[in-house]
Design a protein around this ligand. Structure first.
Ligand code: AP5
Ligand code: ZN
Length: 222
């Protein structure tokens, strides 16, 4: 079983890499940010509540976030494993995840930390375009092509996330440093952390991740 937690600052490429890994490993990609955006799009009660925090670049309170992820991780498609992207984001969430995984008889097997310097994070976030329909992300320095999303057969419209304004980007990076970066030591102390240089191309970062994840599996199975 793969129990993967992807750590990394906003714009490090967690979502991009999780999509690729999910295809290769055939396990679901669970992004707390995507789950929130889906709820916002559908105007659910949870979405309305979360939006006020997301728009400011603040974290949604732990009880709401943990409840949402609990429900997702309990779904049958997580039987063979999971890739968590954007969760946990606080020590309290990491403790809650441990408890939840114990209940579900699952475990974290590896925590890749995708490391990217701040100037590059800001550059990537300012070029990111997201598909309204399927959530795929693209990088365009100026306007995206008119035909919109080209992922598989999707033709969804591309948009800039509301939390990708320069002010909110900077706030998200500060919040990451204050509240999420402590998880690096948290997982290092448990021997689960693996550092990945996220400044390479998307393909090469994927290659590095496959190496460490499949390597960890080989060691586990010994
Ligand atoms: P969330 O959606 O999780 O955003 P994030 O963590 O800020 O991460 P991003 O999605 O911005 O970046 P990413 O690392 O996935 O990068 P990507 O692959 O897109 O969270 C949004 C908000 O929701 C939070 O601020 C918070 O309010 C709330 N929230 C979510 N989870 C929460 C939780 N657990 N608790 C409380 N609140 C929570 O890549 C970025 C760009 O770079 C793309 O354009 C991509 O094409 C490009 N790119 C990627 N890799 C490379 C590469 N190697 N080389 C060149 N370009 C690259
Ligand atoms: Zn699309």
């Amino acid at each position: 079983m793969h129990g993967i937690v992807l750590l990394g600052a906003p714009g490090a490429g967690k979502g991009t890499q999780a999509v690729l890994l999910s295809k290769v490993l055939k396990i679901p990609h669970i992004s707390s940010g995507d789950l929130f955006r889906e709820n916002i799009k559908n105007q659910t009660e949870l979405g309305v509540l979360a939006k006020s925090y997301i728009d400011r670049g603040e974290l949604v309170p732990d009880p709401i976030t943990v409840g949402m992820v609990r429900q997702r991780l309990s779904a049958p498609d997580c039987e063979r494993g999971f890739i968590l992207d954007g969760f946990p984001r606080t020590i309290a969430q990491a403790d809650a995840l441990d408890e939840l995984l114990r209940e579900l008889n699952k475990q974290i097997t590896i925590v890749p930390w995708i490391r990217v310097r701040e100037h590059m994070l800001l550059e990537r976030l300012s070029h990111r375009w997201t598909c309204r329909d399927c959530g795929a992300v693209f990088a365009y320095e100026s306007l995206p092509p008119r035909e919109g999303c080209k992922k598989d057969v999707c033709t969804g419209m591309l948009y800039r996330r509301e939390d990708d304004t320069p002010e909110v980007q900077a706030r998200r990076i500060r919040v990451y440093e204050e509240q999420t970066a402590p998880l690096i030591d948290y997982y290092r102390d448990r021997g689960l952390l693996v550092e990945i240089n996220g400044e390479h191309t998307i393909e090469y970062v994927h290659h590095l991740l496959r190496q460490v994840i499949l390597g960890a599996e080989a060691v586990q199975g010994r």
